[in-house]
Design a protein around this ligand. Structure first.
Ligand SMILES: Nc1ncnc2c1ncn2[C@@H]1O[C@H](COP(=O)(O)OP(=O)(O)O)[C@@H](O)[C@H]1O
Ligand SMILES: [Mg+2]
Length: 321
């Protein structure tokens, strides 16, 4: 399979100022991560809340500037040149957890879905009408002729997320980055939305980066997975291999804490958040060591992501069997 996107040594730190003192702390939101996305695949970025998943997405789309690192689209580096960024933004669309992050509640569905076409100066008003209706048919919002006239608040949460998907589709993207796209949906309609995204992937050879804290949907939808912890990729490989046979204690902890990585658990709502011990510098050595039941002295050094075989990588001195 050909590679469509490659992220190389991407890094972004934030400085947080304390409200109570002049001290500021550094959050290593994304710290030297590399991965690639192949044409037509679903690559999952998984990890607890705060592990750096959304920051990674924003860096790829150049919504924020990286401290360092490179991004390649179709083998070409995306530079800060406006032309390069425009090309990326046409081919790479984003879907957020909350539909209201990408749609204006005061606009009708037609205007919401056709907006990207207008921004990029594509088609006449008539042509845009046709493209919008086609996109609504694609995401199974029927009758499309009625839906176009509606305002978002008159739609259900699932319908609103389909509007967002339609809006992402009109530019015929090669990549869709979906950041927790089903987390706010009722558990009963999550599988439906993911199945729809999968059908579109097959039809148009769209590649997805699927961001989630939920391993059940990761396994349901994903092909390869990278597990993130505090800005680092700690383990990566084919979804089933990693989730059924984790080698990193953090992956194991995530599986234990969240849910069995079983597609049946699509219907179970669980969420955990990183609670870091306050008394150690988590960025020294292995970031997981204070929480790790297997930690050894060596873990005070930083483990690098190493290849286990042609498909799997793990950053751990211990490595589970
Ligand atoms: N604009 C920002 N300013 C300061 N800190 C930020 C900013 N954006 C994200 N962070 C911090 O970076 C870390 C990673 O955040 P994020 O990428 O949103 O994680 P995730 O999507 O995995 O929940 C968190 O500690 C978060 O508080
Ligand atoms: Mg996030």
């Amino acid at each position: 399979m050909d590679e469509i996107l490659r992220v190389q040594n991407l890094t972004k730190y934030f400085t947080k100022k304390s409200v109570f003192s002049s001290k500021s702390t550094t959050v290593k939101a994304v710290d030297d991560i590399s991965f690639s996305l192949k044409k037509g695949e679903v690559f999952v970025l998984a990890g607890e809340s705060g592990s750096g998943k959304s920051t990674t997405a924003r860096l790829i789309l150049k919504a924020i500037d990286a401290d360092s690192g490179k991004i390649f689209f179709n083998g070409e580096e995306i530079t800060d040149d406006p032309k390069s960024i425009k090309k990326l933004r046409m081919s790479c669309q984003m879907i957020y957890q909350d539909p209201y992050d990408s749609i204006n509640p005061r606009m009708r569905v037609h205007d919401i879905v056709s907006e990207p076409l207008e921004i990029h100066g594509i088609g006449s008003a008539e042509e845009r009408k046709k493209i919008v209706l086609e996109a609504l048919h694609e995401v199974k919002l029927e009758p499309a002729e009625d839906i176009v006239k509606k305002y978002p608040h008159t739609l259900s949460g699932g319908q609103r997320q389909r509007v967002v998907l339609a809006r992402a589709l009109v530019l015929k993207p090669k990549i869709i980055i979906a950041d927790e796209p089903v987390s706010m949906l009722d558990v009963s309609i999550r599988a439906e939305m993911l199945e729809l995204m999968e059908a579109l992937q097959k039809k148009y050879e769209i590649s997805y980066i699927y961001i989630t804290h939920d391993l059940a949907t990761a396994r349901f939808f994903g092909k390869r997975i990278a597990i993130m912890y505090l800005g680092k990729i700690v383990e990566a490989g084919p979804v089933d291999d990693v989730l059924l046979h984790p080698r990193h204690p953090y992956t194991q902890a995530l599986i234990d804490a969240i849910a069995e990585p079983n597609p049946d658990n699509l219907y179970v709502e669980k969420k955990v958040r990183i609670n870091e011990p306050l008394d150690i510098d988590v960025y020294e050595g292995c970031r997981f060591r204070a929480r790790c039941p297997y930690a050894i002295d060596k873990c005070k050094d930083e483990p690098l992501l190493e290849k286990l075989d042609s498909q799997r990588e793990v950053a751990c001195f211990v490595k589970l069997d």
